[in-house]
Design a protein around this ligand. Structure first.
Ligand code: FMN
Ligand code: SF4
Length: 448
């Protein structure tokens, strides 16, 4: 590694974040990845839209090294909401091919996140009234019901992941990421706080890891060795952060062991997050804006078995303000690099690159994490949502943008009802400017 000069003016092109990174068979031009950001800009049937291509290109154009896609369902039953582009069928390949080409034109790499919701969905009934899971226990926040997967369900879903990876390869994308974090299906198998099975996929860590290891091996069988495969993992589950009566879930030591096994199975990098549900006080770290939630969350809060409790938690005084305080309190005081300690220890235990996510917004913090060898790349969601030109701002010598992301999480809680974008009014001169920013990607592909 070079010797970067952190925070000094125009040191940018020499510093750690600008060093190229080798991932399997390709090189990423720098160490800044756009982290996964879901938004409902596609079609009900799971086909992709121009808006998504405009959206991804917006970040590629600003010099980001690689983009990791939003949650892309590998099957209809694995959806969280409608209106997310899927990769469940060969008919989706041309869309992903077009998107990949648009991103590649800016010398940016594209990694697709292969995802399955399991029991954790934003709407309980998209064609399938119940989700699948490692357990038959309801999802804890809304009380959405689910079905404990049988062996043949497991075999089918493993195959769906493998076919999703093959389609991404056929579409010319650079790689895939298994969404193994944040309470989705793979995490529901891995986590001791969720998985209550008595068969060979439950109990010991070895058994709980069987599902994801089968997926990794099946993907390798389909795509060969020269296609990049990474895994997003919750270093620590903190499964009882919101509801203290739940089990604690996996420790970092357990996740380290899982990463070591997965490396043997052909996983080429780990993307380290935290928390066994989404959202979680530690992911994305920051506020829980109850004023926005009252308007956007009504549909979700009225679904599932916990409607009365959630009505109190999200809409009433004093339970609402208390819950908001509790959420922030359980997230802890650190925002930038909230999961970096986990990333560092995972990196020491594996020999493949490690990407750290969570709160990054300052050039000095990013460069320090990379220089110290705590991780090999940084992934950023909200600070890029707020300032897509963040990298250029840093290159101009500023450590932080003039109008930084406030970590309010209004982007997140608007996501169930409104188009994805930055909704922090204090960052804009007027509401009109804010809405124009959000709608800036809603135009035909050829529109100037
Ligand atoms: C609006 C929004 C949507 C997100 N969607 C996804 C997703 O689809 N898949 C995923 O793994 N993480 C998702 N995340 C988590 C981010 O990728 C990221 O890991 C997390 O927000 C912490 O990074 P940040 O502090 O830079 O935002 C999302 C976060 C936000 C704010
Ligand atoms: S709404 Fe804007 S300021 Fe608030 S967390 Fe999202 S990107 Fe950051």
């Amino acid at each position: 590694m070079t010797t970067p000069v952190v925070g000094s003016e125009n040191s940018a092109l020499n510093d750690a974040m600008h060093q190229p990174l080798q991932l399997n068979n390709f090189t990423v031009k720098n160490r800044i990845f756009r982290s996964n950001i879901s938004g409902q800009f596609d079609h009900y049937d799971g086909s992709g839209s121009n808006v998504r291509i405009n959206w991804e290109e917006k970040f590629a154009r600003e010099g980001i090294g690689a983009i990791i896609s939003s949650f892309v369902p590998i099957s209809r039953q694995g959806r969280i909401v409608p209106n997310y582009a899927m990769i469940d069928d060969d008919d989706k390949i041309p869309f992903w091919e077009e998107l990949g080409q648009a991103v590649h034109r800016h010398d940016c790499r594209y990694i697709l996140q292969l995802s399955h919701s399991g029991r954790q969905r934003d709407i309980p009934d998209i064609q399938y009234p119940k989700g699948l899971s490692s357990t038959g226990k309801n999802e804890p926040l809304h009380g959405f019901e689910c079905t404990r997967m049988t062996k043949s369900d497991i075999d089918r879903v493993v195959e769906q992941f493998a076919q999703g990876a093959l389609r991404a390869k056929k579409a010319g994308l650079d790689g895939v990421e298994l969404h193994g974090a944040n309470g989705y299906l793979i995490n529901q198998f891995l986590s001791s706080g969720i998985n209550d099975r008595k068969d060979e996929c439950g109990g010991s860590l070895e058994n709980r890891a069987r599902f994801v290891r089968e997926i990794a091996r099946a993907i390798r069988r389909e795509v060969g060795d020269d296609f990049h495969l990474q895994m997003k993992i919750s270093g620590t589950d903190y499964n009882n952060a919101v509801f203290p009566w739940e089990g604690r879930g996996n420790s970092l030591d357990e996740s380290i062991k899982v990463c070591q096994w997965l490396e043997q199975d052909g996983v080429n990098a780990f993307h380290v997050s935290s928390g066994s549900m989404f959202p979680h006080p530690r992911n994305p770290p920051g506020g829980l804006p109850m004023d926005v939630l009252r308007n956007t969350y009504a549909g979700m809060a009225a679904s599932g078995r916990h409607t009365v409790r959630n009505f109190l938690l999200f809409r009433m005084w004093p339970t609402g303000p208390f819950f908001s305080w509790w959420w922030r309190h359980r997230g802890g005081p650190i925002i930038q690099g909230i999961s970096l300690d986990d990333a560092r220890l995972i990196k020491r235990a594996v020999s493949v690159p490690v990407i750290s996510t969570g709160g990054y917004q300052s050039a000095s913090v990013v460069n320090r994490a990379l220089e110290d060898g705590d991780c090999d790349a940084i992934s950023i969601a909200r600070s890029l949502l707020a300032n897509p030109d963040l990298l250029k701002i840093w290159e101009g010598g500023a450590d932080q943008p003039e109008r930084p992301c406030t970590y309010c999480n209004k982007c997140l809680v608007n996501g169930t009802m409104n188009p994805i974008g930055c909704y922090e009014l204090s960052r804009f001169d007027s509401p009109k400017q804010m809405i124009e920013g959000i709608y800036s990607i809603f135009h035909p592909r050829e529109y100037p």
